[in-house]
Write a protein that binds this ligand. Structure first.
Ligand code: AHR
Length: 516
């Protein structure tokens, strides 16, 4: 049995829990929109074509903000194609995903869907093939009250399609997507992008001054331009933007589960690096405002090359409508890693103020749905849903004194990975913790300073199911193989929390606390 000793002190906090840290992402990619959130004619679809079985799971998952419509897709997208009477909308080639886009679902439908799902819209503009003019037109279309060309068109289209006529009031906007990547339609150098983003931001704000804008950061930490890209882009845009984006996808390589389970170490270092770059530009430019991070794509994603035998749908063959693309099936290990990635985001909640798990349905997603069939929760659904529901109030700093596990990629790392929040209003302290040990249970103690635990309100764990292994996953024929179960070995002893965590598990314990 490994040991871990955690300490929190109510005087040592990171930040308030950012409401937008529990975001998700809907891209026109594969089956995220079509046969995911939207499938007219499905037995569970309403008259608008919104799948209510999926909607129910989305509400249970609890995302607070959803990025739309891409992703790589947005860099070739003409937003005007997706508005107006559906029968008049053009069918187009989507070059990013080699698919046919019918445009049966567009901005009005998404805003309406988002309202029902009770999520904020985070809209991306195309800075791949387009620029300042189309972006400012879109802001006018979305947010201007009326009496102008684009805002009146919104009202007319809303009336014609029975969707929303009133201003959409979209506050949060991404200035393009992954334009540092050679794969991106309209790929740019940092200087080219930085100037375009700066001018686009300025023009969008001239239409609506109350926007929050996200500049594109590196597509991942391995990009050859990582660091210099952020520096150059922010040197152009610092005064105009509020956030710079980060994207990261993790996967297990060659069965090295120990390193995979420690990928939050990478995420921690990645975030610290971007914070340093932001602050260097701030200091050099003598800026007073603070730019923060929008980690607007993160998840586990098995990017095993293209069209391998075991994952034949990485890239669509031919030109299909909503082909199956990157529909990863997630197992117990993936769920534990997703938990730890969310801990990393929480630990950096003072600077990471927005984060979006990519994506919401079918495409590397916590929710799967079959065309004409059921929808169900993947293993990774559970840590997201519980953290989104229970991380409230202040993020507490955690002092960790734990046994080490050795990994090929990161050397020795703490056997546990954790985050904690404390909500003074409800008197609840939530501890989220993963045991990275693959063979041993972990005997964990949490000491509280400045707080007194009076009870345990809930304790749940996601672990390897009985008579299964760590590869257990929720599939069509066995939709509930992996889930949360009550954590039994938990108690309070002399004011400290004592928990036994099973090997390779993720757990959440909520305590009733009062200030001591
Ligand atoms: O989420 C899938 C894809 O990953 C997105 O379209 C792109 O931005 C990223 O590379």
């Amino acid at each position: 049995m490994s040991q871990a000793h955690l300490t929190v002190d109510r005087a040592f906090t990171v930040a308030d829990v950012p409401h937008r840290l529990f975001g998700s992402f809907v891209e026109h990619m594969g089956r995220c929109v079509y046969t995911g959130i939207f499938e007219p004619g499905h037995p569970q679809a309403d008259q608008r074509g919104f799948r209510q079985d999926v909607m129910k799971l989305v509400k249970e998952l609890g995302p607070t903000v959803v990025r739309y419509p891409g992703g790589n897709f947005v860099s070739g997208y003409l937003w005007e194609d997706g508005v107006g009477p559906v029968e008049d909308r053009p069918v187009r080639i989507d070059g990013a995903w080699h698919s046919i886009e019918t445009n049966a679902f567009g901005l009005h439908e998404f805003v309406e869907w988002a309202r029902e799902a009770e999520v904020e819209v985070m809209e991306a503009v195309n800075l791949g093939t387009r620029g300042v003019e189309e972006a400012r037109a879109l802001v006018e279309y979305a947010n201007h009250p009326g009496g102008t060309y684009w805002s009146d068109l919104r009202r007319k289209n809303g009336a014609a399609t029975g969707t929303i006529e009133e201003p959409f009031d979209i506050r949060l906007w991404c200035l393009g997507n992954e334009l540092d990547g050679p794969w991106q339609i309209g790929h740019k150098t940092a200087d080219e992008y930085g100037r375009l983003a700066q001018e686009t931001a300025k023009a969008m704000r001239l239409v609506d001054p109350d926007l929050e804008l996200v500049a594109v950061g590196s597509s991942n930490r391995q990009m050859p331009t990582f660091g210099s890209w952020e520096h150059t882009v922010l040197s152009h845009t610092y005064a105009e933007v509020d956030y710079i984006s980060m994207h990261a996808y993790y996967q297990e390589h060659d069965g090295d589960a120990a390193s995979f389970l420690a990928e939050a170490v990478d995420m921690d270092a990645f975030i610290d690096g971007v914070v340093s770059t932001i602050d260097a530009v701030k200091a050099a430019g003598k800026h007073t405002k603070q730019v923060d991070i929008s980690f607007d794509e993160w998840n586990v994603w098995y990017q095993r090359g293209l069209e391998t035998e075991d994952q034949p749908h990485q890239v669509a063959k031919g030109w299909q409508k909503h082909p199956r693309l990157i529909e990863d099936s997630y197992n117990v290990t993936d769920a534990v890693v997703v938990g730890t990635l969310m801990h990393s985001l929480l630990r950096h909640g003072d600077r990471v103020r927005i984060a979006n798990q990519a994506q919401l349905v079918n495409v590397i997603a916590p929710i799967l749905s079959e065309e004409g069939g059921p929808a169900w929760r993947q293993s990774i659904f559970w840590p997201f849903a519980r953290i989104a529901a229970m991380a409230r109030g202040q993020i507490l700093r955690l002092a960790v004194d734990a046994d080490q596990v050795s990994t090929q990629k990161f050397g020795d790392v703490d056997v546990v990975d954790a985050a904690a929040t404390w909500d003074e209003a409800t008197g609840r302290l939530s501890l989220f913790v993963a045991n990275r040990g693959m063979e041993e249970s972990n005997d964990l103690t949490l000491d509280l300073h400045g707080l007194e635990a009076t009870g345990i309100s809930s304790a749940e764990v996601l672990a390897i199911p009985e008579e299964r292994d760590r590869r257990a996953a929720n599939v069509l024929d066995d939709q509930d193989a992996v889930g949360l179960r009550p954590l039994r070995e938990v108690g309070l002893e002399d004011g400290a929390l004592r928990v036994t965590l099973p090997p390779m598990s993720w757990a959440v314990v909520q305590l009733e606390v009062k200030t001591a």
